[in-house]
Design a binder for this molecule. Sequence first.
Ligand SMILES: Cc1cc2nc3c(=O)[nH]c(=O)nc-3n(C[C@H](O)[C@H](O)[C@H](O)COP(=O)(O)OP(=O)(O)OC[C@H]3O[C@@H](n4cnc5c(N)ncnc54)[C@H](O)[C@@H]3O)c2cc1C
Length: 501
Amino acid sequence: MSASATTATIAPASDLAARRRQVVAALRARLPERCVLSDPEDTRPYECDGLAAYRQLPMIVTLPDSEEQVLAILDVCRELQVPIVPRGAGTGLSGGALPIHDGVVISTARMNRIVRVDAYARTAVVQPGVRNLAISEASAQYGLYYAPDPSSQIACTIGGNVAENSGGVHCLKYGLTVHNVLRVRVATIDGEIIELGSEALDAPGLDLLAVFIGSEGMLGIVTEVTVKLVPKPAVAQVIMASFGDVLTAGNAVANVIAAGIIPAGLEMMDRTSVRMVEPFVHAGYDTDAAAILLCEADGTVLEVAEEIERMKAVFEGAGATAIAVSETESERMRFWSGRKNAFPAAGRISPDYYCMDGTIPRKKLAQVLGAIEEMETTFGLRCANVFHAGDGNMHPLILFDANQPGEFDRAEAFGAAILALCVEVGGTITGEHGVGMEKINSMCVQFGRKELDAFFAVKRAFDAPMLLNPDKAIPTPHRCAEFGKLHVHGGAVPFPDLPRF
Ligand SMILES: Cc1cc2nc3c(=O)[nH]c(=O)nc-3n(C[C@H](O)[C@H](O)[C@H](O)COP(=O)(O)OP(=O)(O)OC[C@H]3O[C@@H](n4cnc5c(N)ncnc54)[C@H](O)[C@@H]3O)c2cc1C
């Protein structure tokens, strides 16, 4: 793919006002006026995503109604060499939708139509700005739903889910976004539409759909998505099990999986999280426990009854101090409400919180939680831990007050140290929230030169002018060399891979 030659005289980047005027004029020549915002009063709501510690007013925000308008915006940006930041609902937690000061935001807020639900094929075709939960709501009449369920599903969009390869509580059994999307239509920087994947289970050629899912807005703009729908299980029940220490809880998680059970969800919360959430949602959690596990079974009545008994036996054998099983749907929802509201609950006990997102091998859980506890002392900040325990995806919530001098820096260093620890024990720096701009330095810890070069080669194949969400997700070797040092457990240690750059 190649970018078309630039024909316009481009206002210099140093003269932002002239550049804004030029780009606005070019956009307004192609789009209705209501689709182009440039007044700071109008663009302010787009200055950050869910990682609100980082803010940047964009030069221009566009709100296309259709695929044709997306292509028109891409044409203008390519001609005038303007960087582009795609945006869904802005719930991302890694700064992926953080604007660029001389860039254009493409918001999909107006592209929110469910094109069709095909109950026979068990698929739905939707525009990128459709909310995750809206897909399940539209499919409910057919007894179907869309399985990946980020806790933000009431607000986040399917376009954002595709870009982040989002997960949720039910992904242990039903898979992440990548396992539940059949096909995407993508507007490329060259101003063309390509289709990746197909309505069939497999497609010929290289699996570019898998490459695209999780590419964080750096390869193209998603304009339409075909998702798989699954039948709504007849029943679901959830066990809430308490444990006297996190090591025992961690072992119980491993035992469930080792017993051949695949729960519909398997989540863990430590005592700090439980005590943070309980006064907020009154989920009925055991506030004396060192950790609680929530473990769900779904299926037919008989399947669920049998699985719940097996799960209970595993937890009892693993040393659970208390076990409760939801008896009604409303009780099940109440048990989950605590876990699903963990992030907002953090906002009630701390002015600010920083949500990390790393993965670790399940067997390292107790070791990592112990190390995080030590880091709390080192960095002088509290940390609450919630955990997609079944798939080893942890979400430490670092609590801080941005108004206290130095606290944000310490929170950032604390977060980087946790991610470095995840890599050290054989895990990764992100499970589902993406890299964005937040974890770009941590990418230097996870990957070496060869891998980063390969990522850039893919980026260039889709986006030769490097205009789509630049400077996010993939660090340049230069950046890694500058980063150079990594704070682990409070002390600066040399970046181990530095000589390779
Ligand atoms: C309270 C809370 C709970 C959360 N829980 C979870 C969870 O359980 N699991 C989980 O995975 N995440 C979770 N998240 C993170 C977030 O909701 C997800 O990453 C979500 O997929 C982002 O969707 P969005 O529409 O808000 O995208 P945005 O934040 O707007 O954008 C995210 C990324 O996608 C890109 N993008 C958006 N639309 C497009 C498009 N049409 N084409 C190309 N690129 C695009 C953006 O450039 C950006 O890089 C949570 C966030 C919050 C605030």
